[in-house]
Design a protein around this ligand. Structure first.
Ligand code: GDP
Length: 194
């Protein structure tokens, strides 16, 4: 069963996004290797795959470092164990705060989890889209998204990266940029299969 995995810090709006993407879709559970806590699987009717929310894997602010480390390790383990079934990864971030959070956690011996996971997914050749949520709260959209590209090692301007950077507002139901970004990757993969 192929899947699209969602990862992100808690409070970025991952549940809101999941609801928006899957609507009333059936909730399924499954046990896969490499999981200590159970991820949530949601069928997505228009396509024959499921979204997998990695809950509790949500690395939280305010929790002690060792716990947050453990959560990141769980995500890595899940993705490594299931890489063959993973069509794409979605890293959900809060557009209003993500650049500040990355900057605060960047140092000579420190890579922020968001950045680390982004590179990790790409290294496994899993097409990855950054869903930049809560854009309804952001005024200087272009500047903010260019800064984010810079932090992720993508050369700005962000508009060159619309298959990777998807500004959305889950709460307002504006998730189209994410869906079209995901679709470009699915089509790429289908071409590769021919
Ligand atoms: P999770 O912890 O990542 O699952 O986050 P939730 O989905 O529970 O959302 C956390 C908070 O952010 C809630 O108060 C949501 O209403 C709010 N939120 C989610 N998406 C958006 C959005 O697009 N814009 C704004 N302004 N708030 C949002």
């Amino acid at each position: 069963r192929q899947e699209v995995v969602l990862v992100g810090r808690s409070n970025v709006g991952k549940s809101t996004l999941m609801r928006e993407l899957t609507g009333h879709s059936k909730f399924t559970t499954g046990k896969k290797p490499g999981v200590t806590r159970k991820p949530n699987h949601y069928d997505w009717a228009p396509e024959s795959f499921m979204f997998t929310d990695l809950p509790g894997f949500g690395f939280m602010s305010g929790v002690e470092e060792s716990r947050s480390e453990q959560i990141a390790t769980d995500i890595v383990r899940y993705v490594e164990a299931n890489a063959d079934d993973i069509l794409a990864g979605v890293l959900v971030v809060d557009g209003k705060s993500v650049v500040d959070i990355i900057d605060r956690h960047s140092g000579p011996d420190e890579i922020p989890h968001d950045v680390e996971l982004f590179h990790f997914l790409r290294e496994l050749e899993i097409p990855t889209v950054v869903a930049v949520n809560k854009m309804d709260k952001v005024d200087d959209e272009d500047e903010r998204l260019d800064d984010l590209c810079d932090r992720l090692g993508l050369l700005p301007p962000w508009r060159q990266w619309q298959d990777t950077i998807a500004p959305i507002s889950a709460k307002r139901g504006n998730v189209e940029p994410l869906l079209s970004a995901l679709k470009t990757h699915f089509h790429d993969q289908k071409r590769d299969d021919l």
